[in-house]
Design a protein around this ligand. Sequence first.
Ligand code: FES
Length: 63
Amino acid sequence: MYVCVCHAVSDKTIRKLAYEQGVRDIRGIKKLTPLGLSCGKCVPMAKAILQDANANPLYKEAG
Ligand code: FES
């Protein structure tokens, strides 16, 4: 699903960046994607997904 509708950044993309590139905070996501550059409504959800990805390595297998 899209987390950032304005820039088409999905939850899958956020998890992938966490797992494959070791992104640990929202600043890292913002550096690598346009997430949050427009309305910013996506930022809290993106933070929650990133936190979950970093806390639950089981999801790593599902990619
Ligand atoms: S939904 Fe991400 S900037 Fe608007």
